[in-house]
Design a protein around this ligand. Structure first.
Ligand code: AMP
Ligand code: ZN
Length: 118
C-alpha cells in the first residue's frame, strides 16, 4: 500500500511530475480526468495535501473536504449536468475499492447511475 508521499501517484500529479489532463486547480485542490473513465465525465479531485485515506483525516482537513465537493459542483455546472444529477464518490480502503492512497473525490456525470452501488 502506497502510504508515503514520495511514492504517491496523486502527489506526483499535483507536483506536475506526472502528466494528467488537469481540468481545475486552485490553492487547495487539483482536478483531472480519470485515466479509466466510468462515465462520460469522470474527474478525480484531490487535495494538494497528502492524506492516505478518509480514516486519516484530522480536524485541519475539514475545509479541504468541503472544497473537493464545491469543485465537483462547479465542474458539474460548467459541463451542464448539475441540474440533471451527478455522483460524488470517495472510496476508503480496499473493500471499498480504493487503489490510490491519497484521498480523492470521484465526480461522475453525464449518465444515470444505479443505487445501491456495487
Ligand atoms: P480509487 O479506486 O477510488 O482509489 O480511484 C483511483 C482512480 O484513479 C481510478 O478511477 C483510476 O482509474 C484513477 N487513476 C489511476 N491512475 C491515474 C492517472 N495516472 N491519471 C488519472 N487517473 C488515474
Ligand atoms: Zn499523495
Amino acid at each position: 500500500m502506497l502510504r508515503r508521499m514520495s511514492d504517491c501517484l496523486f502527489c506526483k500529479i499535483v507536483a506536475k511530475q506526472l502528466p494528467a489532463r488537469v481540468v481545475h486547480e486552485d490553492a487547495d485542490t487539483v482536478a483531472f480526468e480519470d485515466i479509466h473513465p466510468q462515465a462520460p465525465t469522470h474527474v478525480v479531485i484531490v487535495p494538494r495535501k497528502h492524506v492516505p485515506t478518509l480514516n486519516d483525516l484530522g480536524p485541519e482537513d475539514e475545509a479541504a473536504l468541503g472544497k473537493l465537493h464545491r469543485v465537483a459542483a462547479k465542474i458539474a455546472q460548467d459541463r451542464g449536468f448539475a441540474a440533471e444529477g451527478w455522483r460524488a464518490v470517495m472510496n476508503c480502503n480496499r473493500a471499498a475499492g480504493q487503489t490510490v492512497f491519497h484521498i480523492h473525490l470521484h465526480l461522475l456525470g453525464g449518465r444515470a447511475f444505479g443505487w445501491p452501488p456495487g
